[in-house]
Unconditional design. Structure first.
Length: 303
């Protein structure tokens, strides 16, 4: 049985105007609501992206579909959205929740200095490469967000990736690839990247991801999160499944950008995929034409 939200704790910063709330299972959750200022589709994006990321072994928080009763929604004066035209109450129904990390027992930061973005301080720093592959695949239109958690007497932090609402190009659900899109803002997070092997095992898991799993995870999502337009969801899933084939090219396009994110990339790594990059590839994703030549985007149009 899914938990039910019973108590509002506090508001969180951010465009979706999420709240921390306590549920009937005794845990607290960061909750994004239907009809929030970013749109209800961000709930769909959060849930599906988190389920996929979990499946390929990335450190994300397990997503929850979590309910608010009409009584709690109507009787709590702090449950509202601020819009330019005024306030609007949070509706009753099913919303998106992710377990809120208890800061009473864990140290949690949403940023670390560049000098600390190393394995000596962050035990799973290598996962930033895997998350980059994921964000390129899912066309994350935002910068990658992460928090760093240290519990008890642990000496190292663990990175946990959060905020997937802008995956699938936000509420547009049109894959318009951006050379710098989905990347973490600090290049130092990618200092462990020396070649294509640094993206394993995640990139292979993406390329081998099954369409059935995508369909299964999307079927878990409440229909009101996508306006009950199942055909639109099926189209999104079909195009996402096809995009597995171009993840390496998208990463390579980012690698060769002016940002120069992978300072420790070894020249020998280029030879591993030279044949693939020198082959011109055209992939039709329901009118999406993506063409690559020598690893760089030559031309393209979004749907």
């Amino acid at each position: 049985m899914e938990p039910v939200l019973v108590e509002e704790i506090r508001r969180l910063r951010g465009g979706s105007q999420a709240h921390v709330m306590r549920a009937t299972d005794g845990n607290c959750y960061a909750v994004k609501f239907q009809k929030n200022p970013q749109g209800t589709r961000v709930l769909f994006n959060e849930y599906l992206a988190a389920r996929i990321a979990e499946d390929i072994g990335l450190p994300v928080i397990h997503p929850k579909i979590i309910a608010i009763s009409p009584q709690v929604a109507q009787c709590n004066p702090d449950l509202y959205f601020d819009f330019p035209h005024g306030r609007c109450n949070v509706p009753a129904g099913c919303h998106f929740g992710s377990r809120y990390i208890d800061t009473a027992v864990s140290r949690v930061y949403d940023w670390l200095p560049a000098a600390m973005l190393r394995e000596e301080f962050v035990r799973n720093i290598a996962a930033f490469a895997g998350m980059l592959a994921f964000d390129k695949w899912t066309c994350n239109a935002d910068s990658r967000q992460a928090i760093f958690v240290r519990t008890g007497h642990e000496k190292k932090y663990s990175a946990v990736f959060i905020d997937h609402g802008y995956c699938f190009n936000s509420t547009y659900w049109r894959f318009a690839n951006s050379r710098l899109g989905g990347a973490y803002l600090q290049n130092e997070a990618y200092d462990s990247v020396v070649g294509w092997e640094s993206f394993e095992p995640w990139i292979t898991r993406i390329e081998e991801f099954s369409e059935q799993a995508l369909i299964r995870y999307s079927s878990e999502i409440p229909p009101e999160w996508y306006d009950e337009d199942l055909a639109l969801v099926h189209d999104l899933i079909a195009r996402l499944y096809k995009r597995r084939r171009i993840v390496r090219e998208l990463i390579d396009d980012f690698r060769t950008s002016d940002r120069q994110p992978f300072k420790n990339w070894e020249p020998a790594a280029d030879n591993q995929c030279r044949g693939a990059r020198e082959t011109r590839v055209t992939i039709d994703e329901s009118r999406l034409q993506v063409q690559f030549c020598g690893g760089a985007v030559c031309s393209g149009s979004s749907t």
